[in-house]
Design a protein around this ligand. Structure first.
Ligand SMILES: NC(=O)c1ccc[n+]([C@@H]2O[C@H](COP(=O)([O-])OP(=O)(O)OC[C@H]3O[C@@H](n4cnc5c(N)ncnc54)[C@H](O)[C@@H]3O)[C@@H](O)[C@H]2O)c1
Length: 429
């Protein structure tokens, strides 16, 4: 099939490259000409395992094309995916400007029958809005269908998630377009759920809100474990073996970040409000998350007191491992607070430092973990990159001024750290 993807970011690029890899011809479109230039040369603008290889291979096989021209995409696509950003506006509403622009451009350029699949995470009712904008801007009468096709991939394992999804969700009110889209996904051999557009749009927000709720729930359980002296890892083991509960997403830490959970939880609260419903649980999930980031600083102070003038090492900046994405990353808030309170911060991350330098230029960025920890009075682990799991602890201890480790992701064993002479605290253990 000929596919056009409008918006070649994390979702659009992974979707485009993977569909090309499945044998389709894909035109990835973006307004960012620097990005498109890089991609045409076979270089990918984001850090995402396996993506570089797939992009290069499919460019060579003439199945993957990049362009800044939306008319080229619309002209060539039998199915057109919308995969542009839907960021949070300051009041929590979803900023739909990018989707609106794309819908108008599709309408203006459409001259053959197509299916438009919305992959961006969008408020309930967007399918109708996109249909209306396309119709209002058509230059000639053309048959088209708008379906919802929310994306569930996770950054850091996006290619794997695309190729081996738990399910594909399609929202279709036409009775035919959903089945055409389903054909495209059949090679993935996963359950394909075809429902109505509103339900598909709700499935995406409900899934993210539920996962965010699990994270805030276990973070609060961890905070209680800290107070009563229990070990949250054992608590999670005991809970997770119950099939009704399941251990996934029960990993306490510094709270959720990234481009999805923070904005999607705010969005579903706002959507509910617009329909006169007060979504109390998710409001609490957001509040818990915003406080959880700073638990690591309280723990640090427990060991070293006032942090003014102290050197604090930070390991991990990206919002999760295996990505360079720092959108809504807990590290940003933690580093900001440390600096505000007078600490001298030295940070290291394997992939995300260049991005953070633009937001917080005036801290020390180091080229490896040990350099960041040199002369530090305390170390906070914020992101659980694999390289932090395999640390030479005696080397670490020898370079630090004070052997204080606050493990914001519970990657070390408390008993081992204590026996090695560290003053150590995890989250809830
Ligand atoms: N990142 C994730 O892990 C993830 C997972 C599931 C769903 N989503 C959802 O998918 C959508 C896209 O997310 P993302 O992380 O890929 O965003 P992104 O910011 O990485 O990419 C969006 C791209 O769209 C481009 N764009 C904006 N306006 C355009 C236009 N008029 N024409 C062409 N291109 C345009 C931007 O230049 C950018 O490259 C969002 O709604 C997001 O919530 C994201």
């Amino acid at each position: 099939m000929n596919i056009a993807i409008i918006g070649t970011g994390y979702v659009g690029l992974v979707t485009g490259a993977c569909f090309a890899d499945l044998g389709n011809t894909v035109y990835c479109i973006d307004i960012d000409d620097k990005k498109i230039k890089m991609l045409k040369e076979g270089n990918i603008p984001i850090y995402e395992p396996q993506l570089q290889e797939i992009v290069q291979e499919n460019i060579e096989k003439n199945r993957l094309y990049f362009s800044t021209s939306i008319s080229e995409g619309v002209k060539n696509g039998e199915i057109i995916f919308i995969a542009v950003g839907t960021p949070s506006a300051p009041n929590g509403e979803v900023d739909m400007t990018q989707v609106e622009h794309v819908a108008i451009s599709i309408g203006r350029n459409l001259n053959h029958e197509v299916i438009i699949a919305n992959k961006s995470t969008v408020p309930v009712g967007t399918g109708d809005m996109v249909t209306r904008l396309i119709r209002e801007n058509l230059k000639k009468k053309v048959k088209f269908a708008v379906v919802s096709n929310p994306e569930f991939l996770r950054e850091g394992s996006a290619v794997y998630d695309f190729m081996f999804p738990d399910r594909v969700v399609i929202g279709d009110n036409t009775g035919y377009a959903g089945e055409v889209l389903a054909q495209l996904y059949r090679p993935l051999q996963c359950p394909i759920i075809i429902t109505d557009v509103l339900s598909a749009e709700m499935i995406k927000y409900s899934s993210n809100a539920y996962l965010a709720m699990k994270i805030s729930f276990i973070n609060e359980i961890a905070n209680i474990c800290d107070r009563v002296g229990a070990d949250v890892k054992s608590v999670v083991n005991g809970m997770g073996l119950d099939k009704r509960i399941n251990p996934a997403f029960l990993n306490p830490g510094v709270g959720f970040g990234g481009s999805c959970f923070p904005k999607d939880t705010r969005a579903i609260v706002d959507i509910a409000r617009r329909y006169d419903y007060d979504f109390k649980i998710i409001k609490a999930v957001i509040d818990v998350n915003e406080e959880q980031r700073y638990v690591v600083i309280d723990k640090l102070k427990h060991f070293i007191g006032d942090i003014r003038g102290k050197r604090i090492a930070v390991w991990g900046i990206s919002f999760k491992p295996n990505t360079d994405d720092i959108r809504d990353a807990p590290s940003y808030h933690i580093i900001k607070r440390l600096v505000e309170e007078g600490a001298i911060v030295s940070a290291y991350d394997p992939a995300a430092m260049e991005h953070m330098k633009k937001l917080i230029p005036d801290i020390d960025y180091k080229s490896n973990s040990y350099e960041a920890a040199e002369n530090a009075d305390g170390l906070i682990v914020i992101t659980e990159w694999n390289e932090f799991k395999h640390i030479n602890f005696s080397r670490l201890k020898s370079v630090m001024n004070e052997p204080v480790v606050i493990d914001g992701r519970n990657i070390y064993s408390p008993s081992e750290m204590k026996s090695l002479g560290f003053k150590y605290s995890g989250i809830g253990r």
